[in-house]
Design a protein around this ligand. Sequence first.
Ligand code: FES
Length: 83
Amino acid sequence: MIIKVCIGSSCHLKGSREVVEKFQDLIQENKLEDEIKLVGKFCMGQCQKGVNVTIDDLTISVDRDEIEEVFNQYVKGKLKPNE
Ligand code: FES
């Protein structure tokens, strides 16, 4: 699974760095380092929406408060559906 976080200037201002750090923590906590690649991505052309993130084919905008929820639903939910 590949998670890409937009690090373009608009998303950067909205906190993409914190989003990356939070994803990193969650990946480590859940010991998913071997299964998830976390990378930065340049502007996705949807700056008005917030910090844009793609999780495989899915593109979503996340607020820093929503990361854990998004992680549980779209990342853990997909990789470890029974937990
Ligand atoms: S800066 Fe993130 S979509 Fe444009």
